[in-house]
Design a binder for this molecule. Structure first.
Ligand code: COS
Length: 387
């Protein structure tokens, strides 16, 4: 696929369709998502109503082709949607991203025709998905998965626990990894799709979080859980690779999440710096404030370009694992710095819950941990440049 980046209409080189999606999501985010952001954070409340509205707008399967009920758009449009949501409410953006890039996409990319027909239309229109990889003893070392899946007749019997699973308590469709053959490392891991009501599956408690408090998470418990053999994704023993490729995709959207948080923090800081007066003038007139704003703006542009570049490489069918890791790593760190500057610019008010910038900082921290810590991103980048 040849991609021409035309900057004559838009400095980011977005197509007309990508700009339309950006504007539509921006309007929805400002009108419907932002007014709920502080409340869902305060009450740790998953905003079910927002996800119904997003489904009505056709956002829940944006990069999936229309034949499976998706929006038929491209992955960059989807990343832009994540960015626009994160600009006002990172919790909403995170749950949206986990649903789309970690559940909808792997079924779309690695599922067989029957699985795509069975699961995608609902996931794209009225069901939420959750992705189960992390376990108590398998975090960064995802290959250390301990959950087992033993084949018995036409079923796999699963035993184990998955923790920190985004959307767990509101999802109806799940995908998860389990060891189907012990002793052969990552080549013994397989991936499965299942629904909430399978025998032996239950949801456990959830820990209270620092940030992303409006995004649900929880524990998946398998006690002799029964999953039909036809629900295995792809070949037995290939689950680790499918999930690694899924994370490559997911990291583009977590990069977009970081860019959105950073942009939101800059929006708030700009507004405050122009309104707040000290020493007889707006604080935006002081160079100390201007330098922080300038650094924020510069880093956001750089991070956005990294995210768009990774998405465009993916669209062009080029390798993008390293670029996705770079985008995710850099955008996460930019989000932390931007939120920190935004609080500094707000001074004492920024340290209160009366202004949203403290939420941006708490939310930004997730980006440095979720879908691979910053250290894992550096590992992925180093492996790529050294190979
Ligand atoms: N795409 C396709 N295949 C990949 C891949 C990728 N991005 N990354 C690794 N693989 C393949 C390797 O090629 C290798 O294949 P072979 O068995 O054919 O040789 C196999 O997977 C194992 O790879 P590797 O030896 O690199 O695995 P490691 O155990 O060393 O783990 C890291 C690699 C650390 C990169 C991986 O465990 C990881 O990403 N961890 C972070 C997990 C994470 O992000 N968790 C967040 C929670 S999910 S929201």
């Amino acid at each position: 696929m040849t991609l021409t980046i035309d900057v004559s209409q838009d400095k980011w080189g977005l197509t007309e369709e990508q700009r339309m999606i950006r504007d539509m999501v921006r309007e929805f985010a400002v009108g419907k998502v932002e007014p709920r952001a502080a409340e869902i954070d305060r009450n740790c409340r998953f905003p079910v109503e927002t996800f119904k509205e997003m489904a009505e707008l056709g956002l829940m399967g944006l990069p999936v082709s229309e034949e499976y009920g998706g929006g038929g758009t491209d992955y960059l449009s989807y990343a832009i949607a994540v960015e626009e949501l994160a600009r006002v409410c990172a919790s909403t953006a995170l749950s949206f991203a986990a649903h789309t890039s970690l559940v909808v996409m792997p079924i779309f990319l690695f599922g067989n025709e029957a699985q795509k027909k069975k699961y995608l239309p609902d996931l794209c229109t009225n069901r939420l998905g959750a992705y189960g990889l992390t376990e108590p003893n398998a975090g960064s070392d995802a290959g250390g998965t301990e959950t087992t899946a033993v084949k018995q007749g036409d079923k796999y019997i699963l035993n184990g626990t998955k923790i920190f699973i985004t959307n767990a308590n509101y999802a109806e469709t799940f995908i998860a990894t389990a060891v189907t053959e012990k002793g052969i490392g990552t080549r013994g891991i397989s991936a499965f799709i299942f629904e909430k009501n399978i025998p032996g599956f239950s949801l456990g408690g959830k820990d209270e979080k620092l940030g992303m408090r409006g995004s649900d998470w929880g524990t998946l418990q398998f006690d002799n859980a029964e999953i039909p053999v036809e629900n295995r994704i792809g070949e037995e023993g290939k689950g680790f690779k499918y999930f690694m490729q899924t994370l490559d995709n997911g990291r583009i959207s977590i990069g977009a999440l970081g860019v959105g948080i950073a942009q939101g923090a800059l929006d708030k800081a700009l507004q405050y710096a122009k309104e707040r007066r000290q020493f007889g003038k707006a604080i935006a007139e002081f160079q100390a404030i201007q330098f922080m704003l300038a650094d924020m703006a510069m880093e956001i542009e750089a991070a956005r370009l990294l995210v768009y570049n990774a998405a465009r490489l993916k669209l062009a069918g080029q390798p993008f694992s390293k670029e996705a890791a770079m985008a995710k790593l850099y955008a996460s760190e930019v989000a932390m710095r931007a939120a920190n500057h935004a609080i500094q610019i707000h001074g004492g008010y920024g340290y209160t819950k009366d202004f949203p910038v403290e939420r941006y900082l708490r939310d930004a921290k997730l980006c440095e941990i979720g879908e691979g810590t910053s250290e894992i991103q550096r590992t992925v980048i180093a492996r790529n440049i050294l190979s």
